[in-house]
Design a binder for this molecule. Sequence first.
Ligand code: BTN
Length: 254
Amino acid sequence: KIGLKTKTLGQYIHYEETVGSTQKVAHELAANGAPEGTLVIADEQTDGRGRLMREWHSSKGTGVWMSLILKPLLPPQKAPQFTLIAAVAVVQAIQETTGLEPQIKWPNDILINGKKATGILTELQAEPDKISSIIIGIGMNVNQTQEHFPDELQSIATSYGMVAGRSLSRSDIVQKVLERMEALYELYMAKGFTPIKLMWESYAVSIGKRITARTINGSIEGYARGITEEGVLQIEDDTGQLHHIYSADIELSR
Ligand code: BTN
């Protein structure tokens, strides 16, 4: 990548025109000793995956389909924080390259004009007490037009290019994401999660708003109060009780 101003992230790039899933390739590379900062990126994914094994549409040449390998010396419980670090990096990269102001919907969606333009999937290879590799998958819709999305996604998905009203450079966006990610990763290792959490909350759509969280154990409705140091969402229900949400789909109420 010409002009990439990072020290480690993206210094090894594994590019493929067409791949099943960059996430799967990154898992294999990480298990076989790929160094920290290795980037797997493809022009097209035929089997892109999202959270909860959902399908991730990754049509050729339209978006950024990438997986980044990090090897922080941390316990496995810290891994979910990396989804939030990556979300902040994506928001800042999009602000800098396009002037748009994306928002974050906990845990891993980045919205523009209320529709999803980026999803982040953080996965782990770990020993009981130590992370071996974190694999951060980022899918960014960049130059899709509405026709690229299947019917069921029409009302919920969009691309940055569609909102900006012009075609955007995918390589500029990738470079900026890597630069922001490297800076935030350094900040996190030096100062802990608090500064990242504050940035994350400033970009989040749902904080302070009334939301419904659908978990595997049922729904909880209340006000989103913030996230904990672990990246767990806190919801206050109408009785004043605070709930910690580890995994859910959230929706703004009314
Ligand atoms: C989500 O919103 O559920 C997460 C979507 C993550 C998609 C990215 S695209 C690059 C990487 N490879 C995959 O198969 N998935 C992630």
